[in-house]
Design a protein around this ligand. Structure first.
Ligand SMILES: Cc1ncc(COP(=O)(O)O)c(C=O)c1O
Length: 419
C-alpha cells in the first residue's frame, strides 16, 4: 500500500490518486432502486381502514394476525440465559452449529461428504458470500441462470458481486404452475460450465415447486454439463412442514454427483427473521479442495461484516442438543404449515361459496408461504387502493396474512376485482 509521504514526493501521482475539486460529496448519488415489497408494507401500516389486510411480507402470522415467536425458540433462549453463555467473537460459527446445520440440509446419509461451510447472516448473507466466492474462484462461465421469476434480490445479489445473471423459463402463467417443457428445454440448452440457481422449496414468488420426478429429470439433463448447482434453501420445512421431505432436491443432486453450493436460513423455519442466522456451504471433492474456499469465505466475511452474530446460532445449538426441543420445533413447524394449508382450503371454499367463476385451483396447487395469484398490476392496485388488501403488485400474496376473521373479506375482494 502506498504511503502518504511517498505520494507527497510525487505530485503527479498525488494528482491521479485523489479526486479533482469536490463541491458536494453526495449530490450526484442517484436514488437506490425502490423496495417494491417494503414500500407497500409501509403503506399498509399507516392505512386507518380497520379491515386492512397485509399479504405482503413473507413472514408467518398467527390466527390473530400477529407475528409468531416459536415457543421452542423462547425455551432455547431461556436456556442460554440460564447457562450464562458468553458472547465471545463467533469466528465462522461453531463447529457444532455448522455441523448440525449441514446435516439439516443433507441428512444422515450424506453427512460424511466433503464440504466447507460458514455461518452467515441468514439466507441473504449466505447467498451473497457464496456469490462473492464464485466471482473470485470459479473458473467456469460466470453467468448465473435464475428462474423466471425469482426472489427479487437474487439477480442484484449476484450482479453486485460482479457475476452476470440470465433467466431460464420456470413458470407458466396459464397453468399458474411450473412451465415443465420450458424449464426442461432451457436446462437442456444451458451452456456447459454454467451456474444454475434453484429454489429448493417454497419458491418465491411462484409457490410452485418441482415434484421429485421433475427434480430427477432436471438432474439428468444437467448431469454431463459440469454445471455448478446453487440451491437457495430459505424455506426448508415451509413447503411440506417436514424439513426432511423438503430437502429432497439438494440431496438428490449431491447423490447424483453434481457440484453443489447451498445457502440456508433459519429465518422462516425457526421464525428468527431478524436474528439473522444461516449458513453457506460448498460441497467439494476432497478436504484439500475445501480449505481455500473456507479461507476465502472467512476473509470475505471479515472484510464485510466481521463475524456472524452468536445469538441465533446459540439458539440453534440449544435446539439441536435437546431432543425435546427438536421435537417441539418440528411440531411448531407443522402447525404453521398446516394453518397455511387450512387457509388455502378456506379461501378456495369461500370464493366458491360467493359464486366466483374465476379459476382459483392454483390456490391449492401451490405450496409454501405464498399464493402467486396471476392477478394483473391493475387488479392488485384495486385490492390495495379500493379494499386495503396489501399485496405485491406482481400478484404475490403471503397466505399467513389470512385468518378466519378476514378470509371472508379477502374472498369478497378477490371476487370483486376478478369479476
Ligand atoms: C427465496 C428467498 N431466498 C432467501 C431469502 C432470504 O431470507 P433471509 O435473509 O431472511 O434468510 C428470502 C427471504 O424472503 C427468500 O424469499
Amino acid at each position: 500500500m502506498v504511503r502518504l509521504t511517498a505520494l507527497l514526493r510525487d505530485p503527479l501521482k498525488l494528482k491521479q490518486a485523489v479526486a479533482p475539486a469536490i463541491t458536494s460529496w453526495w449530490k450526484d448519488v442517484p436514488l437506490g432502486p425502490p423496495d417494491v415489497i417494503l414500500g407497500i408494507y409501509e403503506a399498509h401500516k399507516v392505512d386507518p381502514n380497520p379491515n386492512k389486510v397485509d399479504l405482503t411480507v413473507g413472514a408467518y402470522r398467527c390466527e390473530n394476525g400477529k407475528p409468531y415467536v416459536l415457543k421452542t425458540v423462547l425455551q432455547a433462549e431461556q436456556n442460554i440465559v440460564d447457562k450464562q453463555l458468553d458472547k465471545e467473537y463467533n469466528d465462522i460459527g461453531s463447529e457444532y452449529f455448522r455441523e448440525v446445520t449441514y446435516r439439516l440440509a443433507v441428512g444422515e446419509e450424506l453427512c460424511d461428504r466433503p464440504h466447507v461451510s460458514v455461518q452467515s447472516i441468514s439466507g441473504s448473507g449466505s447467498i451473497k458470500i457464496a456469490a462473492e466466492v464464485i466471482k473470485r474462484l470459479y473458473k467456469g462461465n460466470q453467468l448465473v441462470f435464475i428462474p423466471n421469476p425469482s426472489w427479487v434480490y437474487h439477480a442484484p445479489m449476484f450482479e453486485l458481486s460482479g457475476v452476470n445473471t440470465a433467466f431460464y423459463r420456470y413458470y407458466d402463467e396459464r397453468s399458474h404452475y411450473i412451465d415443465h417443457s420450458g424449464l426442461m428445454t432451457d436446462l437442456t440448452y444451458m451452456p456447459d460450465n454454467s451456474i444454475v440457481l434453484f429454489q429448493m422449496v417454497g419458491h418465491n414468488p411462484t409457490a410452485s415447486d418441482p415434484s421429485p420426478e421433475q427434480w430427477r429429470e432436471m438432474s439428468r439433463i444437467l448431469k454431463n454439463k459440469n454445471v455448478l448447482v446453487f440451491f437457495d434453501m430459505a424455506y426448508q420445512g415451509f413447503g411440506s412442514g417436514c424439513t426432511e421431505t423438503d430437502a429432497y432436491a439438494v440431496r438428490h443432486f449431491i447423490k447424483e454427483g453434481h457440484k453443489v453450493v447451498f445457502a440456508q436460513s433459519y429465518s422462516k423455519n425457526l421464525g428468527m427473521y431478524s436474528v439473522r442466522v444461516g449458513a453457506a456451504t460448498f460441497m467439494v471433492d476432497g478436504k484439500d479442495d475445501g480449505q481455500p474456499i473456507l479461507d476465502q469465505m472467512k476473509h470475505l466475511a471479515m472484510c464485510s461484516y466481521g463475524q456472524p452474530p452468536i445469538h441465533g446460532s446459540q439458539v440453534v445449538e440449544e435446539i439441536f442438543r435437546d431432543k425435546n426441543l427438536q421435537k417441539s420445533w418440528h411440531e411448531e413447524l407443522h402447525m404453521m404449515v398446516d394453518r397455511i394449508k387450512k387457509m388455502r382450503e378456506l379461501l378456495t371454499m369461500k370464493l366458491k361459496a360467493i359464486g366466483s367463476s374465476h379459476d382459483w385451483s392454483h390456490i391449492m396447487k401451490q405450496q409454501g408461504m405464498f399464493f402467486f395469484s396471476g392477478l394483473s398490476v391493475e387488479q392488485c392496485e384495486k385490492l390495495i387502493n379500493d379494499h386495503s388488501i396489501y399485496v405485491v403488485k406482481n400478484g404475490r400474496m403471503a397466505i399467513p396474512g389470512i385468518n378466519e376473521k378476514n378470509v371472508d373479506y379477502v374472498a369478497q375482494c378477490l371476487h370483486q376485482v376478478t369479476k
